[in-house]
Write a protein that binds this ligand. Structure first.
Ligand code: GTP
Ligand code: SPV
Ligand code: MN
Length: 591
């Protein structure tokens, strides 16, 4: 607990190393003023009021959406930019073929030129933040310096901002330095640089999501994955969800799906009426920090305090929790508006758009009314299914890990890995269709190991080795699964209803972990037979169910060949165990 004297000390005096760094950034960027963020509600209200006055935020209908505002980003700045994101390690091999690399000295020099004088006439905000519950030994702190008040408002929701974080930094003696400026938003002068060896991040030229909210992907995944390897834990792109079965037994799952592939939705799942007695509790919706515990199990904390979630597709049928959650105190980005200033997006079943996400009168010829990567920012505490254990300092114990992707074909609805080693191969082999969460073509299948392709701060070769090492330390390792909610028929229709119905698949996994459910052996792992799944009131034809649960040997032989080619680019850093596992799978497909 802070003493009275600490409560009165100005923030700028709490940590010498933070103050010195702020001073050097002030000299470089030349801001008009410096604002140290306390993270209080009053501060957020004042900042919001100022942005509303300046026209940077738009008020939403206060009767229907109290406390909600809309932010419109530049149309050229609407998603993460993977091609402009770099890992800057001394050795290029440490960044690996999975990352863009730049020499640290060269990167710093380039960024210094961009940052020089970039905050003239603007306010520099200092955001001290903690990723994870403040009392948790697993939490880690950072400081983001930014000239974007929109970033400040987001960070205040997404992380624990203020005095307590600075006090922790002063006692920890280290923190992640994140320097951000929106600059002139010129995509030609936009870079997101990471220096894992120096625990620092430099981001210039974007004000959007993962490019700018540095606590999220930059810190909690790219830098943290590096820290995690040196310290013996894992930083993963995973939701954490608690499932209580009708007997009252609670189990936690951590699931890695690529961006816009269903993490937020699964984390807040509502059980269908046909599965009475199940209850679902959200711990996290995007990032998990996983630690081997003294009891030989894997324990997880959510480093975030809010959700930066995909808006399109959210409605009372797909996700009632999210739909209710974002009706107050929510910051919307790039949604459309109805005639009476309510937010509107594709997939909403009521109302109609009047103004599109760019502020123009809506015209279907311009494309969707809301941007496909439109987002809500909302405090996790607003979630009706927020777990009472979400802030336990030691985290929650994980019963099963789940990997998944968005694939029209090939990957069945679900399969179970043979063991941890095979599970690491299953994770390393994840492929998924690209989505609007990143700039670039949408719908192209690419490899996205552990859903970390855009987020691993070092070579995947070393990362898989680290996964194998962590597994070897677990005496009670979680079982590992792979799912695909996105299989389609020949007409492009989803074969599986998804959303709440996904609980049927999760229930099978938990029954497997308890030794209570059957499965059929296959070359790629174990699959439920139709009779192993609870299909009461499930509206899926027998043919579709069979298609969802079938492994096509010809398609999978090609898949194995693709995976081998992919893995081989990691050369001597690729653990031989993964190739052995792949060989076992391949042999099974020959029989
Ligand atoms: P990021 O925040 O980018 O990491 O995304 P996410 O993985 O949290 O994805 P999210 O839950 O926001 O879902 C992305 C999109 O997929 C939304 O439009 C959802 O409506 C849709 N979606 C989610 N779950 C399912 C599902 O089970 N089936 C189908 N067909 N669509 C789904
Ligand atoms: C993702 O792209 O996986 C997101 C959104 O969760 S962002 O914060 O932009 O990374
Ligand atoms: Mn994500």
């Amino acid at each position: 607990m802070a003493t009275a004297a600490q409560m009165l000390t100005p923030l700028a005096q709490l940590s010498r190393s933070v103050a010195d760094w702020v001073d050097s950034v002030r000299e470089l960027t030349q801001p008009r003023a410096i604002h140290w963020c306390e993270g209080s509600d009053a501060e957020a209200r004042e900042l919001t009021a100022k942005l509303l006055r300046d026209g940077e935020l738009t008020a939403l209908n206060p009767q229907v959406f109290p406390g909600c505002t809309l932010y419109r980003s530049r149309p050229s700045d609407v998603a993460r930019v993977e091609h402009l994101t770099y890992i800057c390690t001394r050795s290029k091999e440490d960044a690996g073929p999975n990352n863009n690399w730049m020499d640290p000295e060269q990167a710093h020099a380039k960024m210094r030129d961009l940052f020089r004088g970039c905050m003239r006439g603007r306010t520099l905000y200092v955001i001290p933040y903690c990723m994870g519950p403040l009392e948790s030994p697993l939490a880690r702190c950072g400081v983001e310096i930014t000239d974007s008040p929109y970033v400040v408002l987001n960070m205040m929701i997404m992380t624990r901002v203020g005095r307590a974080a600075l006090q922790r930094i002063a006692s920890d003696g280290s923190f992640v330095r994140g320097l951000h400026s929106t600059g002139d938003l010129d995509p030609e002068r936009r870079f997101i640089m990471h220096f894992p060896e120096q625990l620092s991040i430099e981001s210039f030229g974007s004000g959007y999501g993962g490019n700018a909210l540095l606590g999220k992907k930059c810190h909690a995944l790219r830098i943290a994955s590096w820290q995690a390897r040196t310290e013996g834990w894992l930083a993963e792109h995973m939701l954490i969800v608690g499932l209580e079965n009708p007997k009252g037994e609670m189990h936690y799952l951590a699931c890695a799906f690529p961006s816009a592939c269903g993490k937020t939705n699964l984390a807040m799942l509502i059980p269908p009426d046909s599965l009475p007695g199940w209850r679902v509790f959200t711990v996290g919706d995007d990032i998990a920090w996983l630690h081997p515990g003294a009891d030989g199990r894997l324990w997880a904390i959510n480093p975030e305090a809010g959700y930066f979630g995909v808006v399109p597709g959210t409605n009372p049928k797909t996700n009632r929790n999210a739909y209710e959650m974002i009706r107050r105190d929510t910051l919307f980005t790039n949604v459309a508006l109805t005639a009476d200033s309510q937010p509107w997006w594709e997939g909403l079943t009521t109302g109609k758009p009047e103004i599109d996400w760019q502020g123009r009168p809506y015209d279907a010829a311009h494309g969707p009314a809301a941007h496909p990567n439109a987002r809500f920012t909302v405090a996790a505490k607003r979630n009706p299914s927020y777990s009472p254990h979400a802030e336990d300092p030691s985290g929650v114990p994980i019963t099963a890990l789940v990997f998944g992707g968005r694939r029209r074909e090939v990957a069945p609805l679900v399969y179970e890995a043979r063991d941890w080693k095979h599970g690491v191969l299953v994770g390393a082999s994840v492929a998924s269709e690209t989505t609007a969460a990143a700039v670039g073509q949408v719908g192209v299948v690419r490899r996205d190991p552990m859903a970390m392709q855009p987020f691993c701060g070092y070579s995947f070769g070393d990362y898989w080795r680290h996964w194998l090492n962590v597994g070897a330390r677990l005496t009670r390792p979680p079982r590992i699964y792979h799912v695909n909610w996105f299989r389609q028929d020949g007409h492009g229709k989803f074969l599986w209803p998804g959303y709440g119905e996904n609980l049927r698949v999760l229930a099978w996994m938990l029954d497997r972990c308890a030794g209570n459910a059957g499965a059929a052996e296959s070359a790629i792992g174990r699959l439920p037979r139709p009779q192993d799944l609870n299909t009461t009131s499930l509206n899926v034809s027998e043919d579709s169910l069979r298609a969802l649960l079938t492994v096509d040997p010809a398609l999978w032989r090609k898949e194995v060949a693709d995976v081998r080619t992919y893995l081989q680019q990691f050369g001597s850093r690729l653990p031989a165990e993964l190739l052995q596992e792949l060989k076992t799978t391949e042999q099974g497909l020959m029989d």
